[in-house]
Design a protein around this ligand. Sequence first.
Ligand SMILES: Nc1ncnc2c1ncn2[C@@H]1O[C@H](COP(=O)(O)OP(=O)(O)OP(=O)(O)O)[C@@H](O)[C@H]1O
Length: 661
Amino acid sequence: MTDDTGDPAGSDDETPVGQGVDGGNGGDSDADAAPDDSEDAPEDLSIDRFHEALEAEERPVATASEVARRLGTTQAAARDALGALVDRGDVDRLDVEADPVVFYPRDWGALASRERVVVFPKRREIVVDRPTQYTRARLSQFANLVDTTGTEPGTRGYLYRIRQEDVWAAPFDDADALVGALRSVLPCRYDHLEEWVRDQWRRAHRFRLYTHADGYVVLEAASENLMGNVADQHLDDDHLRAPISDTEAWVNEDAVAAVKRALYDAGYPVEDDRDLATGDPVDVDLTTELRDYQRAWVDQFLDRKSGVYVGPPGSGKTVAAIATIAAVGGETLILVPSRELADQWREELLEHSTVDPADIGLYHGGTKEVRPVTIATYQIAGMDRHRSLFDSREWGLICFDEAHHITAPVYSRTAELQSKHRLGLSATPVSETGSEEEIYTLIGGPIGADWDSLFEAGFVQEPEVEIRYVPWRDELAQSEYAAADGRERRRVAAENPAKIEEIRYLLAAHRDKKALVFVEYLDHGNAIADALDAPFISGETPHHERAELFRRFRAEEGDADGDNTEETDGARDDDLDVLVVSRVGDEGIDLPNAELAVVASGLGGSRRQGSQRAGRTMRPTGSALVYVLATRGSSEEEFAQRQMRHLGRKGVRVRETNVAE
Ligand SMILES: Nc1ncnc2c1ncn2[C@@H]1O[C@H](COP(=O)(O)OP(=O)(O)OP(=O)(O)O)[C@@H](O)[C@H]1O
């Protein structure tokens, strides 16, 4: 059995192999390459010295006289030395029409125009500079994007890692097709890596659940040995009722989820080929045309009968889910984290399908309707009193919106719902609570996790995220921070009064944009709302008031016909351009016209929140900007960086700026 817990950091004795040359940027010789008197024999010119000379010139190319000046030698000697480097293959020369020949390191030539793929086979890591869209789409099928470096689009390096679960979930028909895809992006063949990939692939196809002609569930192992040594070791009488043959066993209907989880943990994800209930029929047809990638998601789901659509906010998961409801054609239970989202789901269902409004039921604190398509909150669904929700109808599909929000009681119900089609939606595959395995074993594997290609296809605007480090307003505030500790300390940093000035500045700089200002603390929210003369939505704001404020924020400016730019002083509609929002506004509220988000406090939160907040503005309309304010010299700096690194891994561009004192 291949153990796969290897921490890549451990194996750094490995040298990269690839088609690019590592740009040696020296660093150990003279710090500055200004002319000096050292009588370096020019023929000793090393590629590192040449790099230093270029750096000193602040240009990517240099003439022989410039190099000579930097090295303190004659032009002829420099030319000879450069000639030697050209002969060695380190440097290229370009004859520019009007005289001087320029020189540049050879690997830069490749770097400037082509992607460069460097593979660390033992760590199973792949670093790609300037990847093409093809490479990114390919890699996203079997590797995990761990990090992106560089802040400008042209200089981005992408770090991918192939984890076992990536291979398990790779969307290919067989191992040859997967290895073919791997070879199509790597510069050469890596036998060990391919072997490991094949081994992982095999593991994911060793156990299968299927429905016997007589209706019961069977676990089938690829060999007697696996049944005897793996299944029997990890499963017990609660899981399996009786053996059927050396490679097959009769599974306890209630234990389907537990069997999948136990074997997943043992490193053998189970293929689920059972016939699933389609439930009582419901009449829903899609009225919106799907985009290609949405159709691919739905097809993949229908093929697997379960799975999680993973895409950035605004990428059309809800619409793809409605298409899935229509395709499965059975009564559907939709679970969502909040009442606002329940209302929003209802509207989207009506907008994108032919569903009869009378067939949609809402089930939450306010109303308790169970209809052919029922939308309930996780909170209610998790309560014992409302257990009947799950079996009061023959559901064919259970849809988990914001799947990372599923609560423990709902998880345990989900384990009982293994006979239904199960669809999750998530903008955040990374879970801090370690529930990734749960999501994938109880609901299903990820479908469509490639964010970059969505950004590039233009369906989701790539936000520019900027962390702005704000200084303390005065020494008093700073010493208050130094004297406080724990939570109080965090609060003092969060409420740094200088942030209010910064928010004013940012809003003024983007006067034409609809803006959301996020805060963590009520006092802070009130202070900012007062200063900006904007409404503040917190947990204390009644539902109807919230809905009204969101409506006004969504309203288009000056709704009348056309571009009447005339000032009508005071006669403007009641639409809002700025909303201050506490944590309640954090979750999937549909504010598609938010073009600017300022995260004023709340940097102690989870990575999830970081991406949700950026997600708020990742909508297909307008240009989206996210500013995160962090008090300089406080723990917020680190939090901000950590959250944004998470976004960086998702391919989102992050910039950092110091606000002047
Ligand atoms: N195929 C499509 N054609 C036209 N519009 C679409 C399509 N798919 C989605 N949209 C629109 O794009 C917007 C975002 O879609 P949707 O709400 O499905 O995204 P989402 O991924 O569920 O977002 P969130 O994660 O915030 O819930 C909506 O206004 C929706 O109407």
